[in-house]
Design a protein around this ligand. Structure first.
Ligand code: SF4
Ligand code: SF4
Length: 399
């Protein structure tokens, strides 16, 4: 009897791995674990082989710190994949390993209790509720005190959970601009579920995206405009799974198509564009540079993860901090790091708060619009949630 859910994935991966070892030096986490990706698959299969119970499998994995490091320390950045001649799919392997880790109780609850973004309360919805941030007037396809549910919208705007929570003025400014470019926009102010995937709840993440697809269908929108490449990828996949024909456009491409000109002056000094892990082919970056009037050859481009991927911070905050430092180390004093993904901007802001340096940090939408994100206020508000009036409630909800 099998005690792991994803053995087929591990077998397939191991079968395709030549054990050449090229992936290990491409990743500090694999190096720390002293493992190749193929050895992750091998170790998982070995943990199950001959085991008499799930507890025994759990125990075997729990006693293998190298395996835990390799699985929990992964950002899903795919840097290692570029070194693999077989192009083995690291994300497929590690997402499945996380599913088994979750099934076996090997991911501690405090690592994910506040990011169950398919439940009523997660860190973003709690932040929004406590600080009075909402968009009922903009979610036209949902009946509320402002309007009936409207099914004749033409564009759905998907700001993503971070931007909607931590940058309400900017989110509203973008929406107002989109409203000048189409007949009737609506907003889907939900999450794409990436935090669920990192915690090993892969199916729940997919279901959440499919629920978002139902909302898009109900709204009538034929174009989905995404701020973040990660949201765009996950929503594109969900639309495909459900056979729904809706065009997914990056915010930059949609704005470009409609003749938008940036409203904010570019920051002085060098711009260091932080390519998102999810922007695999660089399309988002290219479209954003084009809208900003930047020659891609004339700006610095950072590759690799900002440190936020894969919820590594819940396993090893030091690894996240080192990764953010390593990426920002390419930014010269006086320069500005510009992120494609709002969570990258959050991660850099958090790191700059802990370890200040002469580097500015912007999400690309801040270079396009007047509203700016005040991370000092965001972090103060995030921290204050845990004290005073709502502290007890939050501790109970996320216990
Ligand atoms: S995806 Fe990134 S973090 Fe994960 S093993 Fe590969 S290089 Fe390391
Ligand atoms: S680079 Fe690819 S083939 Fe080589 S050990 Fe890593 S996963 Fe296996």
């Amino acid at each position: 009897m099998g005690y792991l859910e994803c053995t087929e994935t591990y077998r397939k991966f191991l079968g395709q791995c030549t054990q050449c070892g090229h992936c290990t030096p491409a990743c500090p986490s694999l190096e720390a674990a002293g493992m190749t990706l193929g050895e992750i698959a091998r170790a998982l299969l070995a943990a199950e082989r001959g085991a008499q119970s799930r507890d025994e499998v759990r125990q075997r994995i729990a006693e293998n710190p190298q395996l835990i490091q390799a699985v929990r320390g992964c950002f899903f950045c795919t840097s290692c994949k570029n070194t693999c001649f077989a192009h083995n799919d690291v994300c497929d392997l590690v997402y499945h390993a996380r599913i088994d880790f979750q099934n076996l109780g090997l991911i501690e609850r405090e690592a994910w209790s506040s990011v169950l973004v398919d439940q009523e309360w997660d860190i973003f919805t709690a932040y929004r509720a406590i600080h009075g941030i909402g968009y009922p007037d903009l979610t036209l396809h949902v009946e509320n005190e402002y309007h009936q549910a409207e099914g004749d919208c033409d564009v759905a705007f998907f700001p993503g959970c971070s931007l909607a929570a931590y940058a309400p003025e900017l989110t509203r400014e973008i929406f107002a601009e989109l409203a000048t470019m189409c007949e009737k926009p609506t907003m889907i102010d939900r999450c794409c579920g990436s935090s669920l995937k990192s915690a090993g709840f892969f199916e729940r993440a997919e279901k959440l995206c499919e629920k978002n697809v139902d909302e898009i269908e109900a709204s009538g929108a034929k174009t989905l405009v995404c701020v973040c490449p990660g949201c765009a990828n996950d929503m594109s996949a969900a639309l495909k799974r459900k056979g729904v024909e809706v065009r997914v456009a990056s915010l930059a491409s949609f704005l470009s198509e409609h003749g938008f000109k940036p409203k904010h002056p570019l920051p002085e000094g060098e711009l260091c564009m932080s390519k998102s892990c999810q922007d695999r082919d660089g399309t988002y970056l290219e479209e954003t540079c084009s809208l900003l009037g930047l020659d891609e050859d004339a700006v610095k481009i950072f590759h690799g993860c900002c440190g936020a991927g894969g919820a590594v911070s819940a396993f090893s905050p030091e690894r996240q901090a080192q990764q953010a430092d390593s990426k920002m180390s390419f930014a010269a004093p006086g320069s500005t790091v510009v992120s494609m993904c709002p969570t990258c901007a959050y991660t850099y802001a958090f790191r700059l708060m802990s370890a200040p340096r002469d580097v500015s940090n912007k999400h690309y939408t801040e270079l396009l619009f007047d509203s700016q994100i005040d991370w000092d206020v965001t972090f103060a508000q995030l921290s204050s949630m845990w004290y005073g009036e709502y502290g007890g409630w939050l501790a109970e909800v996320f216990a």
